[in-house]
Design a protein around this ligand. Structure first.
Ligand code: SF4
Length: 64
């Protein structure tokens, strides 16, 4: 199950504070753009979900 960052909730105007707390180094960000979570690296520990002040991290919806 992948985690995604909701572009409607993330203001995309600051360095993502989740990057240094991710134990897997799975979160990357170009400048202040929307951060990305690499599903290959993410161990789904849930730390970023709790850490994001905007509650912008969600489990990806499965379609079909
Ligand atoms: S769930 Fe854990 S491993 Fe996955 S991106 Fe968030 S902090 Fe990193």
């Amino acid at each position: 199950m992948a985690l995604v960052i909701d572009p409607l909730l993330c203001p995309q105007n600051h360095r993502c504070p989740m990057i240094p707390i991710c134990p897997a180094g799975a979160i990357s960000q170009k400048g202040n753009a929307l951060p990305e979570i690499d599903p290959e690296k993410c161990i789904e520990c849930g730390k970023c979900v709790r850490h994001c002040g905007r509650q912008a991290v969600h489990k990806a919806e499965r379609h079909g």
